[in-house]
Design a protein around this ligand. Structure first.
Ligand code: FES
Length: 169
């Protein structure tokens, strides 16, 4: 169900503006805790992100990102530990390498680069969560909903193939 917002009109009708939907893959040791800290500190940020908690940013298979886009996300945000702080030593470096390749794939699919973002946010940086999410939502609002009808079959095939695989940690 799309996340929509009513805009007051002339009193006779309201127009519906679709709010950007973002899937956030957050590392449980840092960005997930930062988002939690933001919540407990009553730091307000746009409610457009649905968070998927992962053990490490290095756990994020590029196909997770493609599947998110294929299933209606307008943007994908990866949050991981700062370089040198990964609990699994180099998971975030692996994440960064994959993200660089993935950006090129997304570009080929016609998906604007602002729709996919990787950020290093430590557990203490609750306010950084607000800044990053609000900034991303603003950029996605300007872009509008993701329209990828031509490319959808490829992304769908990739994500369906992945869905049939067994996921191992
Ligand atoms: S444990 Fe957080 S990015 Fe690896």
């Amino acid at each position: 169900m799309p996340n929509t917002q009513s805009i007051p009109g002339n009193g006779h009708a309201t127009s519906e503006v679709q709010e950007p939907r973002i899937v956030g893959f957050f590392c449980t040791w840092c960005t997930y805790l930062a988002a939690d800290l933001a919540g407990t500190s009553r730091i307000k940020y746009a409610p457009n992100v649905r968070v998927v908690r992962v053990m490490c940013s290095g756990r994020i298979d590029p196909q997770f990102v493609l599947a998110a886009f294929a299933n209606g996300a307008d943007g994908v945000l990866i949050g991981g530990c700062h370089p040198g702080d990964c609990h699994y030593q180099e998971g975030n470096y692996n994440c960064l390498r994959r993200a660089r390749l993935l950006k090129r794939v997304l570009q080929q699919l016609g998906i604007e680069e602002e729709r996919f973002r990787v950020e290093w946010i430590s557990a203490a940086e609750g306010d950084r969560v607000r800044v990053v999410i609000n900034d991303m939502v603003e950029k996605l609002r300007a872009l509008g909903p993701l329209s990828m009808k031509k490319e959808m079959p490829l992304v769908t095939i990739v994500s369906q193939e992945h869905a049939q695989e067994e996921v191992c940690v």
